[in-house]
Design a protein around this ligand. Structure first.
Ligand SMILES: [Mn+2]
Length: 334
C-alpha cells in the first residue's frame, strides 16, 4: 500500500465508530466536493450500520450540481427536523459545524474537512480529520477508500473526480500532490461520458431567453470591450452567468453586464486578467456613487437606483464607462 499515505489509526478508529444498530445521517452544504465526499463516506458506512442518509442545508441551484445529482444518483435530500429525528448519529464532510446556522443543534460524531480551522470554533467531534492543505475533501475520502481496500464504483469515482476538479478549479487553484494522485487513480474507474455531461451542464433552459436579450442589447466598447444593459431582472446571478459566458469570446478582453435588481443598479465586470484591471475600473467608474471593487479579473458595483435621480440607467452607465453619449442602437457597433 504505497500509492496513498497510510491511514491505519484513522481507518481503525473510524471503523470502530460504526455500529450495527446506528442510523447515520451525513449532513452537507451541497457542492460537488461535498456531495462526492458524502457518497464516499456513505460507501464506507454501508453494510456496517443500519442505514446511511445524506441531507443538505442549502438550495442546490447550479445546473452542473443538479446534473451531478441526477446522473451520479446522489440521494441527498433537504435537511428538516423530521428527517433529523429519524437518525441517531451525524457526520459532516467538507464543512465544520460553525459554518452554517442549520448545522447547529446537531451533535456531529464525524467531521472530515479541508477548510481551515477557527480558534474560536474548535471541532469537538469524536472523529475529526481536518486537513487544510488538501485541495478537496474528495481526495481525503479517496485515501480512506484506498486504505479500506474499497474500490470505488463508476458513479462514485466520477463524483470524486468532479469534486477534485471543481475544488481545485481543474488544478488552477491550490492543490497538493495527493490531489493529483487521487485524480489520476480515480479517472481509471470514472465514466468520462457522464463527466462531460455534468461539466457541460452550464445553463438552465429558462436562462436561454436572457442570452437572446443580451445578444440584442450588446454594445461593443472600443475594440475589446463589451457593455450590455439587461433592464430589470430578478437576480444578479443572471448577470454573472452572462458575463462569464462573454469571457469565452476570442477578441473581447473585458465585459460589463448591468441591470436593475430590486431597486439597485448592479454592474458585473469580467476581464481576461491580462488587460484592464476590473477591480480598479469598477472603483474608478462607480466608486463615488456606490459600492464598487473587486479583483483583476472580476469586479462588481452596486448603486442605489434613487441616486441616479431618474436618469435613464443605460445612458448613465454608458456615459460613466466610456465618457461618451449612448449611441442610438443602429449607430452602435455590434
Ligand atoms: Mn471542498
Amino acid at each position: 500500500m504505497t500509492y496513498f499515505r497510510k491511514l491505519v489509526s484513522e481507518t481503525t478508529r473510524l471503523s470502530q465508530m460504526l455500529e450495527r444498530d446506528d442510523r447515520w445521517l451525513i449532513i452537507i452544504n451541497a457542492d460537488p466536493d461535498a456531495m462526492a465526499s458524502a457518497m464516499a463516506l456513505r460507501r464506507i458506512m454501508a453494510h456496517r450500520v443500519d442505514e446511511v442518509g445524506i441531507a443538505h442545508v442549502n438550495e442546490v441551484k447550479r445546473p452542473d450540481n443538479l446534473a451531478m445529482m441526477r446522473f451520479l444518483r446522489i440521494p441527498t435530500v433537504t435537511l428538516t427536523p423530521e428527517l433529523k429525528a429519524a437518525y441517531t448519529r451525524f457526520a459532516m464532510v467538507d464543512s465544520q459545524p460553525h459554518h452554517h446556522p442549520d448545522f447547529k443543534n446537531c451533535d456531529f460524531s464525524i467531521v472530515i474537512d479541508h477548510h481551515p480551522t477557527h480558534p474560536d470554533h474548535p471541532v469537538k467531534a469524536a472523529f475529526a480529520d481536518i486537513r487544510p492543505d488538501y485541495g478537496s475533501v474528495s481526495t481525503i475520502l479517496t485515501e480512506y477508500l484506498y486504505n479500506l481496500r474499497i474500490r470505488p464504483g463508476k458513479l462514485l469515482a466520477t463524483a470524486l473526480v468532479y469534486g477534485i476538479k471543481t475544488d481545485t478549479q481543474s488544478f488552477e487553484r491550490h492543490f497538493i500532490e495527493a490531489d493529483v494522485k487521487a485524480f489520476s487513480y480515480l479517472t481509471k474507474c470514472a465514466d468520462m461520458v457522464l463527466m462531460r455531461k455534468i461539466i457541460h451542464s452550464e445553463f438552465h433552459r429558462r436562462w436561454l431567453k436572457f442570452f437572446s436579450k443580451a445578444f440584442r442589447k450588446m454594445r461593443f466598447v472600443g475594440t475589446h470591450g463589451l457593455f450590455v444593459y439587461m433592464d430589470t431582472i430578478e437576480s444578479p446571478d443572471i448577470l454573472v452567468m452572462l458575463a462569464d459566458f462573454f469571457t469565452r469570446v476570442h477578441g473581447l478582453s473585458w465585459n460589463t453586464l448591468a441591470a436593475v435588481v430590486k431597486k439597485q443598479v448592479v454592474v458585473i465586470f469580467r476581464g481576461d486578467g491580462i488587460g484592464r484591471n476590473m477591480g480598479h475600473m469598477a472603483a474608478k467608474v462607480f466608486g463615488d456613487i456606490g459600492s464598487a471593487g473587486g479583483h483583476r479579473g472580476a469586479a462588481r458595483a452596486e448603486i442605489e437606483l434613487a441616486k441616479l435621480g431618474g436618469k435613464p440607467v443605460e445612458e448613465f452607465l454608458y456615459k460613466r464607462l466610456t465618457g461618451k453619449k449612448l449611441p442610438t442602437k443602429d449607430r452602435c457597433p455590434i
